[in-house]
Design a protein around this ligand. Structure first.
Ligand SMILES: N[C@@H](CCC(=O)N[C@@H](CS)C(=O)NCC(=O)O)C(=O)O
Length: 202
């Protein structure tokens, strides 16, 4: 079993954090779908990373499915709680972190984006509003807590950390730490966690 992804991909990071947390015996292989000779399309018809290549040749696609798979086969505390209300709460956090990340991707992968582009343009403001409203909700709902949900690290934390890490990597000029001090405190604390530190974007 091999996990294929690029080191810069936020969704690959989500799967990599889960891989480490759940101590799954699986190699992470750097593979960019945009490069010639990439093995990603063999396992994922959508040519996206992460993709998990199983030993029987099956491609497990989408970070959400891969994390659930690792959570099922790995050891250690559950990343996705089994109890219904807790699971929905954690999935809600996942949706928020993924949604913020989707907007950062939409904003920064667009060829119109440069650090000096017209920040007043509609396309820019539309994505920025989603990012800011999403971060504001995360700031409010995390409050002074150590984790997104309950008193344990979960898939929700993976996704919020993924979004904040990708802010730094792709949208570095934006001072989210100054605007959302609660998220700064939260991210600083979780940043020391081995799975988070080992996968932090360079
Ligand atoms: N919903 C997917 C999103 C994956 C995704 O968009 N990956 C990006 C890298 S961050 C990618 O592979 N993009 C290449 C492409 O779309 O061609 C997941 O969670 O795995």
């Amino acid at each position: 079993m091999k996990l294929l992804g690029s080191t810069g991909s936020p969704y690959a990071r989500k799967a990599r954090i889960a891989l480490i947390e759940k101590q799954v015996n699986c190699e992470f292989v750097v593979d960019r779908p945009s490069e010639p000779g990439s093995n990603v399309p063999k396992y994922n018809p959508l040519s996206k990373v992460p993709v998990l290549a199983l030993d029987d040749g099956t491609g497990m696609i989408d970070s959400s499915v891969i994390v659930e798979y690792f959570d099922g086969i790995g050891s250690g505390p559950k990343l996705i709680p089994t109890e219904f209300a807790a699971r929905i709460a954690v999935r809600r956090w996942e949706a928020l972190g993924d949604g913020i990340t989707d907007s950062i991707v939409a904003l920064t992968h667009d060829s119109r984006y440069t650090p000096t582009c017209d920040a007043a343009a509609d396309w820019y403001q539309k994505q920025l509003k989603k990012i800011e409203a999403g971060l504001a909700m995360a700031e409010r709902d995390i409050g002074n807590n150590e984790f997104c949900h309950g008193n344990a690290f979960s898939l929700g934390d993976i996704c919020v950390i993924m979004a904040l890490g990708y802010m730094d990597r792709a949208f570095g000029g934006y001072d989210w730490r100054g605007r959302y001090p609660g998220l700064r405190r939260y991210a600083d604390k979780l940043g020391a966690r081995p799975s988070v530190a080992a996968t932090a974007p360079k």
